[in-house]
Design a protein around this ligand. Structure first.
Ligand SMILES: *[C@@H]1O[C@H](CO)[C@@H](O)[C@H](O)[C@H]1NC(C)=O
Ligand SMILES: *[C@@H]1O[C@H](CO)[C@@H](O)[C@H](O)[C@H]1NC(C)=O
Ligand SMILES: *[C@@H]1O[C@H](CO)[C@@H](O)[C@H](O)[C@H]1NC(C)=O
Ligand SMILES: *[C@@H]1O[C@H](CO)[C@@H](O)[C@H](O)[C@H]1NC(C)=O
Ligand SMILES: *[C@@H]1O[C@H](CO)[C@@H](O)[C@H](O)[C@H]1NC(C)=O
Ligand SMILES: *[C@@H]1O[C@H](CO)[C@@H](O)[C@H](O)[C@H]1NC(C)=O
Length: 422
């Protein structure tokens, strides 16, 4: 009898979360931000970093702002957004000097991926607006961005259904592309009052979904073409897709065409929540597996961070609070994987998506995005959450172990529970 009570008590302790804060302090979050700046190298990493900087540092310019970010403020000065100017400047300095295609297209950066450099398009547009369309390396920001647009629309290979390839050399769809290309097309269309382009952004999401979606609602990673192939539900790919579609949704909302395009917004909303609904059952120790349904793949924190960011934005955009609780749990687990030097650990290697890596530039940006979303959600009154506790103060599953629990505490707890140990 006594033994069985002891067993129950030990079991109880083993599953009771310790009250251990996982909420990142501002100082640790700053380290995450600095590491993001130091380790981002590739085009999509710089593009994702630019979005993270917009949302965290210049939030009123991001499409997730609740204070109508489109058009940009007319008096915007480059000194007010120096971190975005830096990225746009670097991009133009690295831009290859090539002749225009017959459609006036020229890519922003040399990259085997057609889609990734487009992730920098919004930063370049904003730099154009804030510098009076300055020139860098012999080209103005606006010309560089117009040529990138023409490149995407007319020069990049497409699938037979019309989806713009993620690769430059052949038609091949990657879920990643949904974060890189449609948000740029939509933003360009919204700023220039071109509804056709916003509609193209929406259609591209739809075409990508048609090819990549499995019957269970999760999206495969890479489909079509030759060479690289990954027809499996990669967690980061699902997060890229949901987050990218939400950026398109928000861009439409702030464009002049929101009422005209309410059915497109409804579709996007349905496609985003479809991914969330299909994913919810696959959370283990607070994280998603690198391949969502494959429990033998490692538990991965970077995709998890982008999911959390997106679930909280669904709330701040007044779409739904249904994913708030899940997102808070995900963000708590992610936070517990940030080490003291500001690196997110337990991440997929972004250059070898089946393997765990030592750090992830995009993962750093995802943590910044998630905390930007969290802070706005918090300031709007924690919709969808009724507890008084700090939602991120909870220990993640990984911390659910008995650490340093002395016999005194055991006896104390037994006392509270009215149990006798003798
Ligand atoms: C990304 O930004 C870093 C500097 O932060 C720069 O060194 C690198 O060349 C950029 N990458 C591209 C593809 O422009
Ligand atoms: C651009 O076109 C001109 C004339 O056809 C050619 O001489 C030049 O090599 C081309 N430049 C590049 C960078 O392809
Ligand atoms: C919208 O953009 C497309 C692609 O650049 C262009 O062909 C079209 O003329 C533009 N429409 C308007 C109304 O500006
Ligand atoms: C969401 O609703 C709140 C309260 O009604 C409102 O203040 C806010 O502007 C809305 N946000 C968006 C993005 O529509
Ligand atoms: C989230 O969880 C809290 C309890 O922590 C509960 O009160 C609330 O109803 C939940 N919200 C949703 C939208 O499920
Ligand atoms: C944090 O993680 C990074 C990347 O894995 C590693 O280089 C660094 O040494 C770690 N810091 C600590 C304090 O363990």
């Amino acid at each position: 009898m006594v033994r069985s009570k002891m067993t129950s008590l030990v079991l109880l302790l083993a599953i009771t979360p310790l009250v251990q804060a996982t909420h990142l302090t501002d100082s640790l979050l700053n380290k995450v931000y600095n590491v993001m700046n130091q380790v981002s190298i590739h085009s999509w990493e710089n593009g994702t970093k630019a979005e993270a900087i917009l949302e965290a540092t210049y939030p009123t310019l991001s499409v997730f702002s609740a204070s109508d970010p489109i058009p940009l403020p007319s008096g915007l000065q480059s000194g007010q957004i120096s971190q975005i100017i830096d990225i746009a400047q670097t991009t133009l300095q690295n831009r290859p000097k090539t002749n225009l295609s017959s459609h006036g297209g020229s890519r922003l950066l040399n990259d085997g991926a057609a889609g990734d450099p487009a992730s920098l398009g919004i930063a370049v547009m904003i730099a154009g607006a804030a510098t009076g369309n300055a020139e860098v390396n012999g080209v103005s920001y606006n010309d560089a961005v117009n040529q990138e647009l023409n490149y995407l629309l007319y020069d990049v290979p497409r699938t037979s259904s019309g989806a713009i390839s993620h690769r430059a050399d052949q038609a091949q769809l990657w879920s990643d592309s949904v974060y890189m290309v449609p948000p740029f097309l939509a933003y360009y269309g919204a700023v220039n009052n071109n509804q056709t382009l916003i509609q193209i952004a929406y259609q591209q999401c739809s075409l990508y979904r048609d090819t990549l979606r499995q019957s269970n609602g999760l999206w495969n990673h890479i489909v079509g073409g030759t060479g690289t192939s990954d027809p499996h539900p990669w967690a980061t790919g699902n997060a890229w897709a949901a987050a990218g579609m939400l950026r398109v949704w928000a861009t439409i909302k702030w464009s002049d065409y929101a009422s005209d395009m309410s059915s497109q917004m409804n579709d996007l909303q349905g496609w985003i929540t479809e991914i969330f609904d299909a994913s919810q059952g696959y959370i283990v120790n607070g994280l998603f597996h690198n391949y969502m349904t494959d429990t033998s793949s490692f538990e991965e924190s970077s995709a998890t961070a982008l999911y959390a960011a997106t679930g909280l934005r669904l709330s701040t955009l007044n779409i739904t609070n249904n994913y708030v609780n899940t997102s808070l749990n995900l963000l708590a687990a992610v936070s517990s994987r940030v080490n003291s030097t500001g690196f997110l650990t337990q991440v997929v290697n972004p250059n070898d998506f089946t393997k765990q890596g030592d750090h992830s530039p995009e993962g750093q940006s995802f943590v910044v995005l998630a905390y930007a979303a969290y802070k706005e959600w918090d300031s709007l009154g924690k919709n969808g959450y009724s507890n008084k506790d700090d939602p991120l103060g909870k220990a993640s599953a990984a911390e659910m172990k008995v650490v340093g629990m002395g016999m005194g505490a055991v006896l104390g707890l037994a006392g509270v529970l009215g149990w006798s140990l003798i």
